[in-house]
Design a protein around this ligand. Structure first.
Ligand code: ADP
Ligand code: F6P
Length: 324
């Protein structure tokens, strides 16, 4: 018989992502609607260890669904990766009467959530990252907003690149994953898309294509470079030297993590937040809420962490075909 969950906590951890606030709002309001007490844990696991814990009311999450970032702040916390840190975290939860936690973050945050679960605090993970690099899910909170933000920025760079008949290398985020680059590459009609999962470092091929395209009359050459492929600025210098074509690098950086979340991120994050509380109410623990093949589902955290995913080959092939 599952014990009744009376008090739950919610925290955001790792890199922030637009839509996290919608998820927090859904956790708070669903929890309260189910008769639970809800506590906000500030600054991820770091705030848990510092006991930065605040009571949440339905009005604590008013006016946030449209805001980027996370009202709970976020952090990376080395101390929590140690057994002592985790034990201290679980003890603090018990001290505050917290018998369930929703952790919004990426794979690293889920590892921490798994540890809390093993120490008797029911935990549910929600996938929050702009990188889309969580294997168990086709959707992560923030990706949709990030690619739309990047797409709009790249359109602007494209205008000036065309006017000056330049080559432009535009670096997008994604850590070791190329999903943002693939989506923007397609959406922005880039001439080349460099993905860490596929790029073999053959810069000469790239240079040849730039020269060929220029001969065919192309007025610009847009390269979307996933940050995991390497430095855009030095690549720009080498390409300019080899082609004689003016080349500029633009690193979009943290602007991709901010801004008002898209409708999709608000709605999916809201549904996932509510589902997380539903799982806690059912006495479940050590689960990750995911969106897979068009459905909201949940997985065991360790099973989710053991899954792998890759850029879909057909999508990669289509992206290459369309750059011709
Ligand atoms: P993300 O959650 O976006 O993958 P990180 O990898 O930076 O981001 O992880 C966020 C936080 O999760 C870390 O700062 C740390 O506090 C916690 N964490 C990461 N890995 C572990 C682990 N193996 N055990 C416990 N906690 C972890
Ligand atoms: O995981 C999200 C992300 O923005 C990655 O795309 C990027 O590599 C990293 O975080 C940047 O981290 P920081 O905010 O610490 O610079």
């Amino acid at each position: 018989m599952a014990k009744t969950v009376k008090t739950i906590g919610v925290l955001t951890s790792g890199g922030d992502a637009p839509g996290m606030n919608a998820a927090i709002r859904a956790v708070v309001r669903t929890g309260i609607a189910k008769g639970m007490n809800v506590k906000g844990i500030m600054r991820g696991y770091a705030g848990l260890l510092q006991e930065e814990i605040v009571d949440m009311k339905t009005t604590s999450v008013s006016e946030i669904i449209n805001r980027g970032g996370t009202i709970l702040y976020t952090a990376r916390c080395v101390e929590f990766t140690t057994a002592e840190g985790q034990k201290q975290g679980a003890d603090i939860c018990k001290k505050h009467g917290i018998d369930g936690i929703v952790v919004i973050g990426g794979d690293g945050s889920f590892r921490g959530a798994g540890k809390l679960s093993a120490l008797g605090v029911n935990t549910i993970g929600l996938p929050g990252t702009i990188d889309l690099d969580i294997a168990c899910t086709d959707y992560t909170i923030g990706f949709d907003t990030a690619v739309n933000t990047a797409m709009e920025a790249i359109d602007k760079v494209r205008d000036t690149s065309t006017s000056h008949e330049r080559c432009s290398i535009i670096e997008v985020m994604g850590r070791h994953a190329g999903y943002i680059a693939l989506w923007c590459g397609m959406a922005n009609g880039a001439e080349d898309i460099l993905l860490p999962e596929r790029y073999d470092g053959n810069e000469q091929m790239l240079i040849n294509r730039i020269i060929e395209n220029r001969k065919r009359g192309k007025k610009h050459h847009i390269i979307i470079n996933a940050e995991g492929c390497g430095h855009s600025t030095s690549m720009a210098r080498r390409i300019e030297a080899a082609t004689g074509i003016e080349t500029r690098a633009t690193i979009l950086g943290h602007m991709q993590r901010g801004g008002t979340p898209t409708c999709k991120d608000r709605v999916y994050a809201s549904i996932m937040g509510a589902k997380a509380v539903q799982l806690l109410a059912e006495g479940k623990s050590n689960r990750v809420v995911a969106y897979k093949n068009g459905e909201y589902v949940d997985f065991d955290i360790q099973e989710a962490l053991a899954m792998t995913k890759d850029i879909p080959e057909d999508q990669f092939e289509i992206s290459k075909l369309l750059t011709r």
